[in-house]
Design a protein around this ligand. Sequence first.
Ligand code: CA
Length: 222
Amino acid sequence: MRILLIEDEKELAEALSAALGKHGIVTDHTAHLADAVELTRQNLYDAILLDRRLPDGEGLRFIPELRRTGETPIIVLTARNEPKERVEGLDLGADDYLGKPFLVEELMARLRAVLRRPPNLAELKITAGRMVIDPLHLSVTVDDAPLDLPRRELLVLAALAKRKEKTVLRATLEAAVYNYEEEIQSNALDAHISRLRRRLAEAGAEVSIHNIRGVGYLLREE
Ligand code: CA
């Protein structure tokens, strides 16, 4: 899952990105609304976390521009947490509203809640071969037995399985694993794939990952 965090408190943003990372969420962070709008043009986010008081404006005013696909859920994270301010946020289009300070666990629960709502399909379990992947809880099972995979391999696998039998571009796979500030080694993706292949074969997952040279990878059920 990839989310956009629009937050100008640097320490909070860093702590939050790290905490979300532990839940397998890739976070793109910016402190500026103008940059955020640009990022939503370049990436498709599963959710947006939005502060209100930002250096270039009031976050709520940007909700229509940020929600470009019409479906991306937006959760407001703010110190402005009076009842009237919460009403204002929800009426201006926020899907949820969380006052600072908050627990990461509560944010995670609220994220799962907004992602459960139709037409959002992010929470749907993905099946391929003998595997079932739960993207929201970041777990894989093969014939109901848990398969323990490192976070990045699991994210690559989920991105491939979501579009099984179709070629997934390298850039799409990299975007599923790394945020836009992380430097990606040119062979990192291939290394993830080769370890994944071995682990899937060992687990008897009955899927295979094919290299489409120069384009991307494709997951096929055997
Ligand atoms: Ca702020």
